[in-house]
Design a protein around this ligand. Sequence first.
Ligand code: AMP
Length: 293
Amino acid sequence: MQIIKTVKELRPIIQGWRREGLSVGLVPTMGYLHAGHKSLIVKAVSENDRVVVSDFVNPTQFGANEDLSTYPRDLERDAAVCEEAGAALIFHPEPEEMYFPDNCTFVDMDSLTKGLCGKTRPTHFRGVCTVVSKLFHIVTPDRAYFGQKDAQQLAVIRRMVRDLNFGISIVGCPIVREPDGLAMSSRNAYLNAEERKAALILHKSLAIGEKMLGDGERDAAKVREAIEKSLGTEPLAKVDYVELVDAETLEPVGRVERPILAALAVYIGKTRLIDNFTFAENAGCDKGETGCI
Ligand code: AMP
C-alpha cells in the first residue's frame, strides 16, 4: 500500500489503473481511523479493484471556534488500518497541497445544509462539498463510500452528485457502534471516563424514539419530545438539536408518513457528538444495520 501526498504523484497512478481497466473506489476520511471507517474501506474493497482512502483534516469544514488544531491525527495507525482492510493507497495531502493560498472557489448548496448541523455549523457543508468535489476530480472514482453516521453529509453529497452530474455512485454504509451502543467517532477520543459513560445517553434516547415509532406513534413532535426528555436526564448532556426530518429533503416533518431521519447533536462536556436513525413505515427502523437510504 502506498502513501501519496501530492496530486501530481497521484494522477498517473490512477491513470495507470484506468488503462488496465480497473475500477476505483474512494473513501474520504479525516483520519484517526476506527472500525466505522474500516467498514467503509472493507465494503469499497469488496466492490472495486482499487481503493483510495483520503486522510485529510479539511480546514474549510471547521468553524473559527471549532477543533481543527486539536483534531486527533495518527497516520501510522491509519496506514495499518487501511492496509489490513485492503486499500491500495492513502492520499494524505497537506492543507497547502489542497488549497492555493488565494483559493476563492467553493461548492455550496442552498437547501439541505441550513438545518440540523448547518444551524450551529453554517460554513461546514460548504467546506465538505468543496473538499469532496476536489477529491472526486483528483481521484475520479467509480464509487465513493460515506457513513450513515453523518446522515446529513450523506444526503448533501448525494444531492451534490446529482445536481452537478458527477457520475459517481454514492454508497451509504451503516453506523458502526461500540458494544455498548455509542456510535464510533474520532471525537470520542476527547471524552474522559465520566463523559464516555454519559455519552451513552445519545443512543439510549434515540432507542426510545425508535421504539415509539415501531409501536405506531406517528406524531413527530411527540417522538422528538420523548428523545429530548431522555437526554435531559443526563446532567453532562447539553442538547444542540433533536429533529425528525424527511430522509431525502431533510425538511422537518409533522407526521411520520414517509421515510424519516431522526437526528441529534449533543454536547457532552465540550465534545459535540452526533447520532441518528432512519425509519420507514413499511421497512421499520434500520437499527443501524441497513443504514443505507
Ligand atoms: P470522518 O473521518 O469523521 O470525516 O468520517 C469519514 C467517513 O467515515 C464519513 O463518511 C463518516 O460518515 C464515516 N464514519 C465515521 N464514523 C462512522 C461510524 N461509526 N460508522 C460508519 N461510518 C462512519
